[in-house]
Design a protein around this ligand. Structure first.
Ligand SMILES: [Ca+2]
Length: 343
């Protein structure tokens, strides 16, 4: 195992150890449920290839950002269900008896939150897109690149080894920002409070995850950690861990966003506050003002517990953290772009 791999593996264990858990129920393949209907998708949606986003987008419209070529999906203004209810936790614990109720407290109480309209990246930012940014700005290239070009064969893979500051700088260059945690969760689950992007049941075939990569479920943290250590010794995590963005269309969110479960964790703009959902439930939607850590969402290819792929799961990293399991996608507030573009 090379030094870099050892380094991220140690970070990973320290991150997961306090919260990872057993999940025996997933040891047997379940039949895949049908994907839930996607009421947020508008059959008359339009793909805009304009210099700026359209001034009056409709739900489901897509705008292609000419700066980096990213498809941005429009999430219409309105209410959605945030967080996890007691009933959802009851149901989860019946199926996953190794998990504990207290691990879900950061995503409670469940509440209704209304957001303004915004654009959300359909996919995680790729190496090829980041190369445009590096070439245009002189920003440092990631350490796993040779020089200032994306590695051969990885252009369509998500960028990894990216700090929160790197991700923020990219978003600013593209005219975007990192999504807020609220924007991220709405884009992942739509309006109806579903547990996973596709519905209520875990289905490892719908996203990039360690169960899928290794073809088995993990009954305990120790079992997963041992399997993970063995796996990284025998594989190249950069090329064999994550996969090209958009490889799991059956895992699309109700808005058509891809890989919001798995592949790589995604930085959000917010500072970490484990109590934030209590405040949101009282109507105060201001993001946390203090905190040394930044929110990450969505789980990664290396996660071996279904709980981490639920839309409401919240975790965090120090902003300087760089490793092979996290990346980001961009978002953009719609109101700040209420100019230009065809009517
Ligand atoms: Ca992801």
């Amino acid at each position: 195992m090379n030094r870099r791999v050892v380094g991220w593996f140690a970070i990973l264990l320290s991150l997961v150890a306090p919260i990872a858990a057993t999940s025996i129920a997933a040891a047997q393949e379940r039949p895949s449920e049908r994907a839930s209907p996607a009421p947020e998708v508008n059959p008359n949606a339009v793909v805009w290839r304009t210099a700026a986003p359209p001034a009056r987008p409709q739900a489901g419209d897509v705008w292609v950002n000419p700066k980096d070529g990213a498809e941005m999906v429009y999430v219409a203004p309105g209410e959605f269900i945030l967080g996890t209810s007691d009933a959802q936790i009851d149901s989860w614990l019946k199926e996953h008896p190794g998990d504990r109720r207290e691990w879900f407290k950061d995503e409670q109480p469940q509440c209704r939150v209304s957001l303004l309209g915004y654009w959300m990246g359909r996919s995680e930012v790729t190496n090829a897109q980041y190369e445009r940014f590096v070439q245009a700005t002189g920003h440092d290239a990631p350490g796993y690149w040779k020089g200032r070009k994306a590695p051969d064969g990885l252009g369509g893979f998500p960028l990894v080894y990216v700090s929160w500051d790197d991700a923020s700088a990219y978003c600013a260059w593209a005219g975007d920002s990192l999504p807020t945690e609220l924007q991220w969760e709405k884009a992942a689950r739509g309006t109806d409070g579903r547990v996973f992007r596709w519905g209520s049941q875990w289905d490892r075939t719908r996203c990039r995850n360690f169960e899928l990569i290794t073809g088995r479920a993990y009954a305990s943290l120790d079992e997963w950690a041992t399997a993970g250590a063995n796996w990284v010794r025998a594989h190249d995590p950069i090329r064999e861990g994550p996969t090209a963005v958009g490889s799991y269309p059956a895992g699309a969110s109700p808005y058509g966003c891809l890989d919001m479960a798995g592949n790589v964790w995604e930085w959000c703009a917010d500072r970490w506050d484990g109590d934030a959902y209590n405040r949101y439930a009282k109507g105060d939607l201001t993001p946390p003002a203090k905190g040394d850590y930044r929110v990450i969402r969505g789980g990664s290819w290396y996660c071996g517990n279904p709980r981490l792929f639920r839309c409401a799961w919240r975790r965090y990293y120090g902003p300087d953290n760089r490793n092979v399991i996290d990346g980001f996608r961009c978002a953009r507030d719609a109101l700040s772009e209420a100019k230009g573009g065809p009517a």
